[in-house]
Design a binder for this molecule. Structure first.
Ligand code: ADP
Ligand code: MG
Length: 697
């Protein structure tokens, strides 16, 4: 497809009337540089200003256009000073109220002037009132035509009014002629039963929908034109990830051979055999790493499925081949646990372990950085701190990233910077315990190959789960007492709605005090995210050593903590957590030979959806089943975690609403990147504001 030289992606916004250097800067801040960018800055919703509503027919809570004569305009001195204007037509009277107003404004509202207003009527002190309506004076002898299309509302941003946006969009629309935008999707391709829709037509319609447009459908984002654009947007995101992948694969990576002798010794030392699933995934990793292209592999596996030992084997092979390995975890507590495990496993095999987290400071930090740069450590365990600029690896050959959903594409890009030019890109192994349904995974992780550990190690007893009203707290406390007396350790998890460490810690402290009072013979301890790492560590160690019976915790214990003797878990206000998160938490029990139980407490009354969700936890212990159901009930936001969805800054598409498009998007993206690569960059740049970042990698 050749590119006509007048396409709107080549026309700078400065060519529009009213766009000077200052406005251009503002627009650039929103990633809008060209007229095409402006056209793809789409309305969020629409207002219907196509008819005038008689004042007598105004309804509270509904936006409306009215026209009437000013009957009075006075300053009212109530609780707050306001300008109050009575407006009348032949059907009734309404009050316009302004809390912010100028003297000139009051002067202009003289009796007898006719105003046309737009606003939402509300019940106020004097009957129906409109607060701060948009208005202007009109000449009753020379009536103004009504709006001929629905009024678009743009994602607002400081410094540009809705009217400003509308003016710009209208100018851009006049430039939107046939062939001024390139159709990058294949002609033969269309979604659903609809005929292919031209971009020109879709954009014209969405910036300025006709009077008879189905407002409801547009509001829901389900109009065929919106769906068409949503499809293209999802495609652009998918392509950006595929491109990232291809770019990474262009770089070389050090081929790493399996070291059978050390593998034998490692497995022997573990004292158990790998499950078939672990063997399969380990072989997939070996195959990837033996290649001179970087591995890009995501390993999904339920909590406790044994991902860490599989990663350890990969780390061992890389270190034994003379490369460094970075092991990154999303939280301090999980990183600490990895540190303990890797030290225990690898030191006897002659490898040196380094440690770097945000909390490693001063002289100790300098020492660690030096050791990393000089290759006197082989395996370096840590948190995000490992990505920082000051960290220079001597020979990074493999990066293991645990709990992928908390890391983002940007961090994966940062990893590139850690490569040693002489040896090439590090292999990447990404592990997640949040099972993600296939289609969603194909979109969110389009740049990765996937392996699944779909089998738990033998000897695990299933966890039985019950759902109980918070009111029956005393019964639950009895149950905890019995369990602890029998020598079975227990977790009590406190949750809060607000994302606040402090409040959550406070709630856990209160609960801990109550439980200590109720259970005087039981050893109760508290752990939460606000504690010092050393404190957390010593509490976890004491719990592990069975010196604590009941551990009251916040959701910090979510990932990774391994105490096989703990076989009872109480989760307060379970309805507040996502199912995948509940599943993660519940995975802390059921790790030993005794039958384990999980009590999900909820605050009554619980809605139908809430009940259904907790029932799923009762019925299934399979992370994938739970994730699929959760996706069905609540959409992908929760599954992917806020960071991940935040990364996919979508303009018009919505992963929840548009999940039915994903399969086709995935297929087409793969076709296009191979068969029609010229379309890739233009599509990415059309849809992704910082698209250059992908284009340049
Ligand atoms: P994940 O990281 O997938 O949650 P881990 O690797 O931490 O799981 O394993 C959970 C527990 O199961 C650990 O105590 C680990 O030593 C043990 N484990 C892992 N694989 C096996 C296996 N094949 N047989 C028995 N125990 C295993
Ligand atoms: Mg783990």
């Amino acid at each position: 497809m050749s590119r006509p030289n007048s396409t709107l992606d080549q026309v700078n916004v400065r060519e529009l009337k009213g766009v000077g250097p200052k406005m251009a800067d503002k627009l650039a801040g929103l990633g809008i540089h060209t007229v095409q960018d402006l056209l793809f800055h789409l309305p969020l919703r629409y207002q219907d200003r196509t008819r005038i509503t008689p004042i007598g027919a105004l309804q509270p809570g509904i936006d409306a256009v009215i026209e009437g004569e000013v009957r009075a305009a006075d300053i009212a001195f109530g609780r707050r000073r306001s300008l109050v204007c009575r407006l009348q037509d032949h059907t009734g009277t309404v009050t316009l109220r302004f809390f912010h107003f100028s003297a000139a404004q009051k002067e202009n509202l003289t009796n007898g002037v006719t105003l046309r207003c737009f606003g939402e009527a509300r019940r106020g002190a004097s009957g129906l009132e409109m607060y701060h309506p948009e208005y202007h004076a009109v000449d009753p002898l020379n009536p103004e035509p009504n709006e001929q299309s629905l009024t678009p509302i743009y994602p607002s941003s400081e410094g540009l009014s809705q009217q400003g946006w509308r003016k710009l969009a209208l100018q851009a629309l006049t430039m939107l002629q046939p062939n001024t935008l390139i159709e990058w999707l294949p002609q033969s391709f269309n979604i659903g039963d609809t005929l292919p829709i031209s971009l020109e037509h879709a954009l014209q319609y969405l910036h300025s929908p006709p009077i008879d447009a189905p407002v409801e459908l547009l509001r829901e984002g389900k109009h065929a034109y919106q769906q068409q654009l949503a499809f293209e947007e999802l495609l652009a995101h998918n392509l950006s990830l595929l491109k990232l992948r291809n770019q990474t694969l262009k770089h070389g990576a050090p081929p790493i051979a399996k070291n059978s002798d050390l593998n034998q010794r490692f497995l022997h030392q573990l004292g158990f055999d790998f499950t078939r699933a672990q063997q399969r995934v380990a072989a997939e990793i070996d195959r990837d790493m033996s290649s001179a292209k970087p591995m890009l592999r995501l390993v999904q596996g339920d909590v406790g499925s044994g991902k860490t030992v599989v990663a350890a084997l990969a780390a061992l092979n890389a270190a034994a081949s003379g490369y460094q390995v970075a092991i990154m975890a999303p939280t301090e507590i999980l990183a600490e646990q990895h540190l303990a495990n890797f030290t225990r496993w690898m030191t006897p095999l002659g490898l040196d372990i380094g440690w770097l987290s945000g909390k490693v400071k001063g002289k100790q930090r300098q020492q660690q950085l030096k050791a990393i740069a000089e290759h006197s450590v082989d395996i370096i365990v840590g948190t995000h701190a490992l990505f920082q600029q000051e960290v220079v690896f001597a020979r990074l050959g493999l990066a293991v990233i645990d709990e992928q959903h908390r890391f983002g594409v940007h961090q994966r890009l940062a990893l590139k910077e850690k490569a040693n030019q002489d040896i090439g890109q590090p292999h990447q192994l990404i592990m997640t315990a949040t099972p993600i349904p296939r289609t969603l995974a194909m979109s969110a992780y389009a740049d990765l190959d996937t392996s699944v550990i779909d089998e738990l190690p033998p000897g695990r007893t299933p966890i039985s789960t019950v759902v109980i009203d918070n009111n029956r707290r005393s019964q639950i406390i009895d149950r905890v007492r019995n369990a602890c007396v029998e020598g079975r350790q227990t977790y009590w998890v406190c949750t809060l709605i607000e994302e606040s460490d402090t409040l959550e810690a406070q709630a856990a402290e209160d609960t801990c005090e109550q439980l200590k009072l109720a259970l005087p013979d039981i050893k109760v301890a508290l752990i939460h995210g606000r504690m010092k790492p050393s404190e957390k560590e010593s509490i976890m160690a004491a719990f592990k050593a069975n010196q604590i019976d009941l551990l009251v915790a916040t959701t910090v214990i979510e990932v990774g903590v391994d105490v096989p003797n703990a076989s009872l878990m109480i989760i307060e206000n379970a309805e507040r957590l996502g199912l995948s998160q509940l599943h993660q938490l519940r995975g802390r029990v059921g790790r030993g030979p005794t039958a384990s139980h999980c009590v999900l407490m909820y605050q009554a009354p619980l809605g139908k959806l809430g009940k259904q969700r907790l029932q799923i936890m009762r019925q299934s212990s399979d992370g994938f089943v739970i994730a699929e159901k959760d996706l069905e009930l609540r959409g992908p936001g929760e599954l992917l975690g806020t960071r991940q969805t935040g990364l996919m800054q979508l303009r018009i598409a919505n992963l929840e609403r548009d999940s039915h498009l994903l399969e086709a998007v995935n297929i087409l993206a793969r076709q296009m990147i191979n068969d029609h690569p010229v379309a890739v960059n233009p599509l990415i740049q059309r849809w992704i504001a910082d698209g250059e970042q992908y284009a340049q990698v």
